[in-house]
Design a protein around this ligand. Structure first.
Ligand code: NDP
Length: 299
């Protein structure tokens, strides 16, 4: 029987990155009088978004940053949200702005991203930053994809020439990860819901990234032995235990069938406990990058 995969513990790498960011914030304050500032905007009461926003606020404060959270009511109008983003664009103490998505349905996300200052777009979601990424230019890149790349570099090492398959083509995850893998000189395939014979495509991958949003879709026999598997998926499912399930209790699983994959892969991120933990750490890193650029300092 083959060796089980090495589990990539996101906590270790996220803690390390947050520590590095904290040190850099302290240095910027001491030597340049510069305090990186992050503003997080939350509209409405979505429970998952509330948790993410709280975590972003806590971690940015812990890193020594100036941190503000703006909470707008579920009923907030497009004009109110746009006015807030404009005010944050103009605020010199704020270097990074994150509008927590998804927005309530009556609000237009694209219109908000269209006015967001790309130099403060620490989520990397504006067209300008997507274009910079696609062109291989420096910019602010999306946090979860950057976090995934850090984990890959820390475990696999040099990615040059590796066959990478990314399942999912969203602007938030799939596309930017594919671009970053390309920048790392991988040979990249992007798969999606119309891909034919997805298991065969996945089996070609030295690096397999799952960003689909379908619980445990990627099975063990879709994975090339020894491959590095990055599971971005966050899916809520009922507990396997019928008693807990009957109580309506749920747990989080990834897009990869973890138990099966563990027997085949070389490295694998657990979900939860893998990529998700990197997201906030990279957000802090992006805020520091934005603050240094705004101050004309070298990155
Ligand atoms: P989207 O719903 O925007 O995109 C899902 C992608 O998966 C689409 O490109 C879709 O293809 C593809 N897809 C759907 N079904 C299949 C299928 N049966 N076979 C192949 N491809 C399929 O999701 P996101 O990219 O925003 O998120 C993906 C997952 O990552 C979710 O579970 C989300 O919760 C999680 N996530 C985790 C984060 C973290 O911090 N860890 C951050 C952000 C997201 P098509 O384009 O053809 O429809």
């Amino acid at each position: 029987m083959s060796q089980p995969a090495q589990i990539i513990d996101g906590k270790v790498y996220a803690e390390r990155l947050r520590g590095q960011v904290g040190e850099e914030v302290a240095r910027l304050k001491a030597t340049h009088g510069l305090t990186p500032g992050l503003a997080v905007v939350l509209v409405g009461e979505d429970p998952a978004s509330q948790i993410y926003v709280r975590s972003k606020g806590e971690h940015s404060k812990a890193a020594g940053m100036h941190s503000v959270t703006h909470r707008l009511a579920e009923s907030a109008t497009q004009d109110e949200l746009m006015a807030l983003v404009e005010a944050l664009n103009a605020d010199p103490a704020i270097h990074g702005i994150l509008v927590q998505l998804p927005l309530p349905r009556h609000l237009d996300e694209k219109a908000v991203l269209a006015i967001l200052d790309p130099e403060k777009d620490v989520d990397g979601l504006t067209m300008v930053n997507a274009g910079r990424l696609a062109s291989g230019l420096p910019g602010l890149y999306p946090c979860t994809p950057v976090g995934s790349m850090i984990l890959l570099r820390e475990t696999v090492g040099d990615l040059t020439g590796k066959r990478a398959v990314v399942v999912g083509r969203s602007m938030l995850v799939g596309r930017p990860i594919a671009q970053l893998l390309l920048q790392a000189d991988c040979t990249v395939t992007i798969a999606h819901s119309r891909t034919q014979d997805l298991p065969a495509v996945c089996r070609e991958a030295d690096i397999l990234v799952a960003a689909v949003g379908r619980p445990r879709m990627i099975r063990g026999d879709w994975i090339k032995p020894g491959a590095a598997v990055i599971d971005v998926g966050i899916n809520r499912v009922p507990f396997d235990d019928p008693v807990k399930a009957a109580e309506g209790r749920t747990k989080v699983v990834g897009d990869v069938h973890f138990k099966e994959a563990l027997q085949v892969a070389g490295w694998i991120t657990p979900a939860p406990g893998g990529v998700g933990l990197m997201t906030v750490a990279v957000l802090l890193q992006n805020t520091v990058i934005a603050a240094k650029r705004a101050a004309g300092l070298e990155i």
